[in-house]
Ligand binder design. Structure first.
Ligand code: ADP
Length: 627
């Protein structure tokens, strides 16, 4: 077999190597899930060839067809059932045809065949083809004969024709095509005639090759309308171009809330164009929500839902990342674990948080408010997984508070700014909705003393609060915890220490082990009692969520705090020592406890509460003459 550069006048036949045959057999006879990707491979090869010639022309204009137009042409012939891809790229020499087209880099091939043997039963998929770079040979999925006419850019090159049916051998002979570049004709299999249809080919190109840097024409009509915007300088990009591009990749009809356009030259080089939508996409919280950025390698599309580029809490972000540091043939599995991707992710997160921070400081707060309203809950959830950028993230989360109106959101920084002199902790309360929280007995002290409390009503708040134990030296403290250090000089006018101690003992003996402890309260103003979290316990809201997830969840016991300034407690203290009134004291204590359980949402037998209340009412309404 000759490999010399002089063309042979008669067709010369070459046998494929054994492993190549095995591979071809598998490609042709196995079922593929994405056979349309063959076109992506051919277009990307053409685009590479055009890039090579573009590069060579920078220093050498003495080549075949110096001024040939740099574009990719696809011609379809439905009657003949052919699809032809041609380019005026660098072209191929005889060696190229033998070493590059006739052979697949052997280590890759062996690995591929091994992998295929393992996967014998299942259909092959696009990822596998990409992973092992069978590239050009993917065309044999849809074609039973392929003819290549090619002429290398070197002035003295011989035009050549390569033909194969993808079985045992291929032939090389001289060609009469004299133009520079390569023309690949696929003679489509009988049942693959769809690939000779213009609409089908156009839609495949729009899906996989829309941003290839060279114009692609199908039967003379240009198909890839959108250029690789992210490769253009920032100053050149017009807003309507960006919006059009955003709509294209997001399938969203409204313009984006904002975008980020970066070219990074560092350990990993990449360009990116990211968008934050104006509205949260439907199903954003669902497990099967489709998300991820479009990943390109040197302008060639790799995959459209690349999840490893952003953490889950930023999964509403849309856009493109294009890096030259990943090989084109990279597989999905490989991208997931690639250190390149991890480095890109790190940069993206820090730049996105940086952009949001500028929105937050913006003079027009509406943009950041929209962001918080639409994405706040998901965004916040990042606090439980984000370690690297925790501080930046913490600055960007917002909560409602007792200071603002419903819907007003505050940052922790703004809360701290408003703190009272001497106030150390940042106070919060967890619950289902603002209305219920505002009436919560635990807030009475804070309202009476004009201390702001964050109202955490997002279901996710209960899970993220443990991730922010402190903000700038201020502990985040639930107003429902038992050991709040409140200023008790403000709670004057209660029972004496001795009286209150005795009453507390009485309450303890009635409630027994239903509570962890009973204490006089400093936080209550109007209410008679409230339940607070014991030392090791969880917030009421946290416990509600745990119960929602696990039926058998039993919460920890609570501490009952009693308002010793309340008339009821004063009455009970007096009644406690009166003979014959034990039953009344006990009923009142039971009723108070049932009442706080009702507010907490933990009351198990409302009937008992109602019948006891009825008894008490009967006594209270008995006319004086009968008493
Ligand atoms: P890969 O593109 O991963 O190298 P392929 O099987 O797709 O694998 O292509 C093998 C080689 O054949 C390419 O690397 C390139 O050298 C050559 N080739 C394929 N198509 C063309 C083309 N249109 N113009 C020039 N060279 C090509």
């Amino acid at each position: 077999m000759s490999t010399s550069n002089t063309a042979t006048p008669a067709p010369e036949t070459f046998e494929y190597r054994a492993e190549m045959k095995q591979l071809l057999h598998l490609i042709v006879h196995s079922l593929y899930t994405h056979e349309e990707i063959f076109l992506r491979e051919l277009i990307s090869n053409a685009s590479d060839a055009l890039n090579k010639v573009r590069f060579r022309l920078l220093t050498d204009r003495d080549i075949v067809d110096t001024d040939a137009e740099q574009r990719i042409d696809i011609r379809l012939d439905e009657k003949e059932r052919t699809l032809t891809v041609s380019d005026a790229g660098i072209g191929m020499t005889r060696e190229d045809l033998i070493d590059r087209i006739g052979t697949i880099a052997s280590s890759g091939t062996l690995a591929f065949v091994e992998e295929l043997k393992k996967k014998k039963d299942g259909p092959l998929n696009a990822e596998l083809i990409g992973q092992f770079g069978v590239g050009f040979y993917a065309a044999f999925m849809v074609a039973d004969r392929i003819v290549i006419h090619t002429r290398h850019a070197d002035k003295d090159s011989t035009p050549l024709c390569w033909t194969s049916d993808g079985a045992g051998s291929y032939t090389i002979e001289e060609s009469d095509r004299t133009a520079r570049g390569t023309e690949i004709t696929l003679h489509l299999k009988e049942d693959k005639d769809e690939f000779a249809k213009k609409w089908r080919i156009q839609s495949i190109i729009r899906k996989y090759s829309n941003f290839v840097d060279f114009p692609i024409h199908v039967d003379g009509e240009k198909v890839n309308t959108v250029a690789a915007l992210w490769h253009r300088p920032k100053s050149e990009l017009k807003d309507d171009e960006l919006t059009e591009f955003y709509k294209f990749i997001s399938a969203d009809a409204t313009e984006p809330l904002g975008h980020l356009h970066l070219g990074i030259e560092g350990v990993v080089a990449f360009r990116t164009l990211l968008f934050v939508p104006k509205k949260a996409p439907q199903g954003m919280f669902r497990e099967d929500f489709e998300h991820g950025l479009h990943l390109y390698s040197s302008k060639v599309f790799i995959q459209d839902d690349c999840k490893s580029l952003l953490p889950e809490y930023l999964r509403f972000v849309r856009g493109v990342v294009d890096t030259s540091d990943l090989p084109l043939n990279v597989s999905r599995e490989a991208t997931q674990h690639s250190p390149v991707m991890a480095k890109i992710q790190k940069t993206l997160v820090s730049k996105l948080l940086g952009m949001l921070a500028t929105w937050a400081m913006d003079e027009d707060p509406e943009r950041f408010n929209t962001f918080t309203r639409e994405f706040g809950p998901l965004f916040k959830s990042g606090l439980s997984t984000e370690f690297e950028h925790r501080d930046e993230l913490t600055e960007l989360i917002r909560f409602e508070s007792t200071r603002g109106e419903k819907g007003d959101m505050t940052s922790l920084a703004a809360y701290v700014d408003r703190m009272q002199e001497g106030q150390k902790a940042i106070y919060y309360i967890l619950g289902d909705n603002r209305q219920a929280l505002e009436r919560h007995p635990s807030l009475e002290y804070f309202r009476a003393n004009d201390i702001e409390v964050l109202l955490m009503t997002d279901p996710v708040d209960a899970f993220i609060v443990p991730s922010i134990p402190k903000y700038k030296d201020h502990e985040l403290t639930s107003v429902e915890t038992s050991d709040l250090k409140l200023d008790d000089t403000k709670a004057k006018g209660g029972l004496s220490k001795k009286e209150s101690g005795k009453l507390i003992d009485r309450i303890k003996s009635v409630l027994g082990d239903r509570v962890e402890d009973v204490k006089p309260s400093e936080r209550l103003v109007d209410s008679v009692a409230t339940l607070v979290t014991g030392k090791a316990g969880m917030d009421a809201q946290m416990e509600r969520m745990m119960r929602m997830m696990d039926e058998n969840f039993t919460g920890s016991k609570k501490v009952l705090e009693v308002n010793m300034r309340h008339p009821l407690m004063k009455n009970l203290a007096a009644l406690r020592s009166q003979p014959g009134r034990e039953k009344d004291v006990e009923a009142a204590i039971e009723q108070v406890f049932a009442g706080v359980e009702l507010i907490e949402g933990t009351l198990e037998e409302p009937e008992t509460l109602v019948s006891r209340m009825t008894d008490l009412l009967v006594r209270a309404t008995t006319p004086d003459s009968e008493a």
